[in-house]
Design a protein around this ligand. Structure first.
Ligand code: LLP
Length: 415
């Protein structure tokens, strides 16, 4: 279901007019639909209802407290990659024993905090991490639950910056090294082995890479079992793609059926770490046209959102749909929508046929994932506000930054 639709010439998020939000909170503003998040999470979980599973929302996709609190209320689990994300989940009411901790460079303080919080699993990515965790757990007189992140060397067929499961990527350990690492872990006094995990990339729209990875993981699970190491869970990571433009999305029921077929009689709980799937299409970035201009035959619309607010188009040449909040019947021109930041790479969308005028407002769709979280203060721009719509109500879940917020941590040199 689409939670952003034009009603009588006015784009709505659920039952709220986006123009009304823009009028009260200004722009650029991220607007999320609560129902869209609930729906995506529920669909994902329902697809695996036949088997014990946990959906560990990848916090990095959108870590706003309200988003995390909402998912916690749905009994979601969480996949974190930093001590900061741990604090966010706990403050949002998430349970520590539903957290898995991924990441290629966890620091000692992060391991300590996660261990003391009592998280469900450390997704260990290297031998040095395993040793460090054993030492820290011993110091703290605790046992650390671990999974080894295996790099199954499969091509996820996605943008090179967001592909993680090839052997040239920095993530995880190779299948050939994994067994030796499990063997080491099984002899460590303060480590308990609970699972195995992988994550092969993001925005994956083909089923085959997932099944190839799952097949390799299952071979390892069986070898470990033969060596007397029984795992409680298999974590297939995140990466399920969404529709930005005209992609053929993976059907979740087909995905679940194929994964469960490969799993066969095995008893392991299945874990998934979806981020984008849960939030990407639950959010838009609303922006105002500052002005339009024509340079040597090329039309530009300068809008008040920029690459510092939404970096995906600049960084990955990603395509996100642009829609006017109140479309007009005027003549269309082919615009590049660009921001005020002083970089040629500062574009949000290129070559869009739109009828645009100064003061018009646009929604940049699919901005719920990797939008606000990747924003910055580049050009000393205040980061955007975030609003969550719930039916006919809306709530400010992050206020727009002020210049005071930006300057608070800085000081002049002493005289
Ligand atoms: N688990 C791990 C270990 C990950 O590294 C990631 C994403 C996820 C789960 C969630 O993946 P998802 O379901 O969201 O695809 N900034 C990029 C995406 C980077 C993804 C990094 N890792 C973008 O805007 O496209």
């Amino acid at each position: 279901m689409n939670y952003f639709e034009n009603r009588d010439g006015d784009l709505h998020a659920e039952d709220v007019s986006l123009s009304e939000i823009a009028n009260t909170h200004g722009t650029p503003t991220f607007v999320y639909s609560k129902a869209a998040i609930v729906d995506a999470y529920t669909q994902f979980s329902a697809a695996f209802s036949r088997h014990e599973h946990r959906i560990c929302y990848a916090v990095k996709a959108n870590s706003n407290l309200a988003v995390l609190g909402l998912l916690a209320s749905l009994q979601a689990s969480f996949d974190i990659v930093s001590g900061g994300e741990l604090q966010r989940v706990l403050r949002a009411g998430g349970q520590a024993d539903r957290i898995v901790f991924s990441g290629v460079g966890k620091q000692a303080w992060e391991l300590r905090e996660a261990l003391s919080a009592g998280i469900a699993c450390f997704n260990v990515e290297s031998e040095f991490e395993l040793e460090q965790l054993q030492n820290i757990a011993q110091d703290m007189d605790k046992r650390a639950p671990i999974s080894i992140r295996v790099n199954p060397d499969v091509d996820a067929g996605t943008h090179p910056y967001i592909s993680t499961g090839l052997k040239e990527n920095k993530f995880g350990v190779s299948t050939s090294k994994a067994l030796a690492l499990y063997d080491r872990a099984s002899n460590m006094s303060h480590i308990s082995i609970v699972g195995i995990d992988c994550h092969i990339g993001s925005q994956i729209t083909e089923l085959a890479p997932f099944l190839e990875a799952m097949t390799k993981i299952i071979e390892l699970v069986d070898s470990l079992e033969a060596d007397g190491i029984t795992l409680e869970h298999i974590d297939l990571g995140g990466g399920i793609g969404v529709v930005y433009k005209d992609e053929q999305a993976i059907n979740l029921d087909t995905f679940a059926a194929s994964v469960l077929q490969l799993l066969g009689h095995r008893k392991q709980t299945l874990l998934f770490e979806p981020g984008r799937y849960i939030v990407a299409n639950a959010g838009v970035l609303v922006s105002t046209v500052i002005g339009t201009k024509n340079n040597e035959g090329k039309d530009f619309a300068i809008i008040d959102a920029a690459m510092n607010d939404l970096i995906r188009p600049a960084l990955y040449q990603s395509w996100q749909e642009v829609e006017l909040l109140k479309p007009s019947a005027g003549a269309r021109r082919t615009y590049d929508l660009v921001g005020p930041v002083c970089e040629t790479g500062d574009f949000l969308a290129k070559g869009r046929d739109l009828s645009l005028n100064e003061g018009d407002r646009v929604a940049i769709h699919s901005s719920g994932a990797y939008g606000f979280v990747m924003s910055s203060n580049y050009n000393s721009r205040n980061r955007a506000a975030e609003i969550m719509v719930d039916g006919s109500h809306f709530h400010e879940v992050r206020a727009r930054e002020t210049i005071e917020d930006q300057l608070r941590l800085e000081s002049l040199l002493p005289n």
